[in-house]
Design a protein around this ligand. Sequence first.
Ligand SMILES: [Zn+2]
Length: 104
Amino acid sequence: MESNGKTYRLDEILGKPIVISSDKKTRIYGLNVKGREVAISAYSESESSKGYFHRVEIEYLPASMYLINGSCTCESFQYYGMPCKHMLKVRNVYIKNRDKINKY
Ligand SMILES: [Zn+2]
């Protein structure tokens, strides 16, 4: 898995996902609401290495759509420090499944 950042196989990920995206590439495992912010921990599949997932954390303000903070183990985030496609995917999966997730 060189030059791809740190990745995890599904059998290395502990716990049960709260939500799995319809394409199965993004899996939300943890959710923590702090006032108006939502902190989400998730894994999102590497596009270059099928079956290997990056660990993604985001803090997000649903009212504004903004990511406040976040991190991802992919090489792009490690290198540029800017929101990567995995962080945006996690946010989008959260938005799409918000009603279902909020019942959790
Ligand atoms: Zn990433």
